[in-house]
Design a protein around this ligand. Structure first.
Ligand SMILES: *Cc1c(COP(=O)(O)O)cnc(C)c1O
Length: 365
C-alpha cells in the first residue's frame, strides 16, 4: 500500500477533532528555571493551585518500600474505596476512583453524551468541562454567573433543553473562589438531569454536599487528592455516586485506570489526615493574609476565596503583561482568555515566603 499524503491522513480524523483548537498547556516550572538560569527551587509556582507543602511523608515511605510494582493494580480499587468511603462518610459501593478527577469528568461525558447533546456549566469556571465536551461533539451551554459570580438558578433552568444531559458546578468555584448554596443546588437537582458538583477545594472550606448523594439519584460529587493532599502529580481523584450512575461508569472504566502508586498514596494519605489538615490550615491562614496584602496594591481588586487561590481583577493595567513581568522574576501566576476574566489574575496560595515574593514583585512593577 502506498503511504498517504498528510491531507489524506487528516481526512481520516473525526470531524470534531479536526475542528478543535490545540490545547495550551500551563507553563512548566523546570523549563522556566532553565530559561532564567536559576535552580527550580527558586521558581515561585502559584499558577496551578498545587500544594506547596507536598504530600504526606507516609506516602513517600509507602511508595519506597512497596515491592509489588510488577503486578497490575486492583481493578476494583477495594482498599482505596474503603478508606475514601470512611473519610467522606459514604458507602464504599458509591466510590469510584479515577486517574485524577479529570478522568471522572471524561467518564461521565463518555457515558452520557451523544453528539449534539448539551452540557451546562456556569461560566467563568474550570476549563476542563468545556475542554472535554468538545471531544464528544457536545454543545456546551455556558450559563453566565452574576456580578458577584453567584449562579442564577432561574437563568440556569431556562438554559436546560430537551438534550441537556448533565451540568457541572464547581464549589468553591475555580477560579472565582465562591461556593454555591444548598438551595441553588436543590433547584438544579429538580431538573432530573445529572448534576455534577466538583468539590476539588472542599477541604479548604470545610463544606461538602456528599451527604446529599444518598438522597438524589442524579447527583455526583467529585473530589480529588491533587490539592489538599498534595498528590497532583500522581493523578488521583474520586467520585461519590448513586448506583443509578456508577453502574454505567464501571462498564466504561479502563480496568487499570488508577496506577498502583496512586492507590498506595490514597491509603497512606488517609492514615495521615491530621498532618495533611494542618497544612490545609496553614494555607487557609495564608490565604487571608495574602488577600489583605493584595488589597494594598492600587491596581488589584481581590475577590474573597474559599479555595487555595485568589482571583484578582486588574484595574488600569494589562493582566497578561503583569504575568509576563512576574515570570521574568521567576513567579508563575495564571491569566485567562475567557471574556469575563480578560483582565483578571489568579494567584495560588503558597507558603508565607511565596506570598511575600509575589506581593513584593507586584508592588515594584
Ligand atoms: C484542580 C481541579 C480539579 C482537579 O483535577 P485532578 O484531575 O483531580 O487533578 C478538578 N476540578 C477543579 C475545579 C479543579 O480546580
Amino acid at each position: 500500500m502506498k503511504s498517504s499524503t498528510a491531507d489524506a491522513v487528516g481526512a481520516l480524523f473525526r470531524h470534531n477533532v479536526l475542528e478543535m483548537a490545540e490545547y495550551e498547556p500551563p507553563q512548566d516550572a523546570e523549563r522556566l528555571a532553565r530559561r532564567l538560569g536559576v535552580p527550580v527551587e527558586r521558581i515561585v509556582k502559584l499558577d496551578a493551585n498545587e500544594n506547596p507543602y507536598g504530600c504526606s511523608p507516609k506516602v513517600q515511605e509507602a511508595l519506597a518500600k512497596y515491592r509489588g510494582y510488577h503486578l497490575y493494580p486492583d481493578p476494583a480499587q477495594e482498599d482505596a474505596r474503603q478508606t475514601i468511603a470512611a473519610y467522606v462518610g459514604a458507602d464504599p459501593g458509591g466510590i469510584l476512583v479515577g486517574n485524577g478527577s479529570d478522568e471522572l469528568i471524561d467518564l461521565l461525558m463518555r457515558a452520557l453524551l451523544d453528539p449534539g447533546d448539551e452540557v451546562v456549566d456556569f461560566s467563568p469556571t474550570f476549563g476542563m468541562y468545556a475542554f472535554n465536551a468538545q471531544h464528544f461533539a457536545a454543545r456546551l451551554v455556558e450559563v453566565p454567573r452574576n456580578d458577584s459570580f453567584d449562579i442564577d438558578v432561574e437563568r440556569a433552568l431556562a438554559a436546560f433543553g430537551p438534550r441537556t444531559k448533565l451540568a457541572f458546578l464547581a464549589t468553591p468555584n475555580n477560579p472565582t473562589g465562591n461556593g454555591v448554596s444548598a438551595d441553588a443546588l436543590e433547584g438544579l437537582l429538580e431538573t432530573g438531569r445529572v448534576i455534577v458538583v466538583d468539590e476539588a477545594y472542599a477541604e479548604f472550606c470545610d463544606t461538602s454536599f456528599v451527604p446529599l448523594v444518598a438522597k438524589h439519584n442524579n447527583l455526583v460529587v467529585l473530589r480529588t487528592f491533587s490539592k489538599w493532599a498534595g498528590l497532583a502529580g500522581l493523578r488521583v481523584g474520586y467520585g461519590v455516586l448513586p448506583n443509578a450512575i456508577s453502574r454505567h461508569l464501571w462498564k466504561l472504566k479502563p480496568p487499570f485506570n488508577v496506577n498502583l502508586a496512586a492507590l498506595l498514596a490514597v491509603t497512606a494519605s488517609l492514615q495521615d489526615v491530621d498532618y495533611l489538615k494542618q497544612n490545609v490550615s496553614r494555607i487557609v491562614e495564608e490565604r487571608e493574609r495574602m488577600w489583605l496584602a493584595l488589597q494594598e496594591a492600587p491596581y488589584l481588586a481581590p475577590y474573597p476565596s474559599q479555595g487555595n487561590f485568589i482571583l484578582c481583577k486588574v484595574l488600569g493595567r494589562d493582566a497578561f503583561a503583569i504575568r509576563e513581568a512576574l515570570a521574568r522574576r521567576g513567579i508563575l501566576i495564571r491569566c485567562y482568555s475567557h471574556p469575563r476574566l480578560r483582565n483578571h489574575l489568579r494567584i495560588s496560595v503558597g507558603r508565607p515566603a511565596d506570598t511575600d515574593a509575589v506581593v513584593d514583585a507586584l508592588r515594584t512593577l
